[in-house]
Ligand binder design. Structure first.
Ligand SMILES: *[C@@H]1O[C@H](CO)[C@@H](O)[C@H](O)[C@H]1NC(C)=O
Ligand SMILES: *[C@@H]1O[C@H](CO)[C@@H](O)[C@H](O)[C@H]1NC(C)=O
Length: 294
């Protein structure tokens, strides 16, 4: 209880700070290095993940959450980033885990980054989509968010929805539920697949490759690790919308996109989608069921 109380207070400070244009930077409160501590640099309100020929790096949230919205403000590797991947994602543990990924695929100087999103549900992924962006993601910070509630998973870029995975359980389609998820980020060398399908390799003479994080916000039902699972499930998911504190990410208006957001989604996909597993008969002779009509 006490831990949760402290966390709420930190979040309130963050929100208040960002309302006046100062970004939230309490990385220490929310996350810890998950590997290669010596490749993680704290610089005032910034956190930097560094990749060089000895290592990449990553961080992980200290807590897990059931439903919520997570946002990172991120400035991607400048200049030559070919072969590198920076990721920001949520994931649960275990073989039948759920995972919601943003993977930023680097490129040669002047060539566009691609943003790959993916969902793993009960351990099964293969739901890749790729987009380019309507801005240069290496020039400044932009916000990348995942909203997760019992009705939908939404990927957003600067609050523009770019992908929605809706709950279609009424059609027998599995939806990610019931597993608390941590929040993660990492940078690593993926030159076997990332850039132009692996044809462009990482040029180590351009190392270190640095991805910079500014605000990190996690609004979610924090899972108490010591409490019984069923009680936590009940507390975080079975309560009425908005009951038990203000779980705004589960409230009625968060169950589906607004009309304005639907238009934004259509615009983003019409103009920036470059790959969709839903239209790849070479990979899936039969279209995956969730891609069909609602
Ligand atoms: C890694 O990079 C450092 C610094 O550029 C260089 O001195 C070293 O030789 C490199 N090591 C390998 C194994 O390439
Ligand atoms: C990198 O740039 C090339 C050339 O513009 C483009 O075809 C490719 O999709 C870009 N991104 C990746 C990840 O390969």
């Amino acid at each position: 209880m006490e831990v949760r109380g402290v966390w709420r207070m930190v979040m309130v400070l963050c929100v208040a700070a960002s309302a006046v244009g100062v970004s939230c930077s309490k990385f220490d409160e929310l996350v810890q290095p998950s590997w290669a501590t010596d490749h993680i640099i704290y610089e005032g309100e910034l956190l930097k993940l560094k990749l060089d020929n000895s290592s990449g790096a990553g961080f992980a949230s200290k807590s897990k959450y059931l439903y919520g919205k997570v946002t990172a403000e991120l400035k991607l590797v400048e200049g030559d980033s070919a072969g590198t991947v920076t990721a920001f994602y949520m994931s649960s543990d275990g073989a039948s885990h759920n995972e919601f990924d943003f993977e930023f695929l680097g490129n040669r100087t002047g060539e566009p980054y691609l943003v790959q999103t993916n969902l793993y549900i009960n351990g099964v992924g293969n739901r890749e989509q790729r987009m380019d962006l309507w801005f240069d993601p290496t020039a400044d910070f932009h916000a990348y968010s995942v909203l997760w509630n019992p009705r939908q998973v939404v990927f957003l870029v600067d609050d523009t929805p770019v992908r929605v995975f809706s709950n279609q359980e009424h059609r027998g389609i599995v939806f990610p539920r019931d597993q608390p998820m941590g929040v993660y980020s990492s940078i690593w060398n993926a030159d076997d697949w990332a850039t132009e399908g692996g044809r462009v390799k990482t040029d180590w003479s351009h190392a270190p490759f640095v991805a910079t994080f500014r605000g990190l916000r996690i609004d979610g039902c924090e899972w108490a690790p010591t409490a019984a699972g069923p009680a936590e499930l009940q507390r975080c998911s079975a309560s009425a919308w908005g009951k038990e504190g203000r779980y705004w990410w589960k409230e009625k208006e968060m169950e589906a996109l607004s009309v304005h957001q639907s238009h934004q989604l259509i615009w983003a996909r019409a103009n920036h989608l470059v790959y969709d597993y839903c239209s790849d008969p070479g990979r899936f002779a039969t279209q995956p069921p969730e891609c069909g009509k609602k």
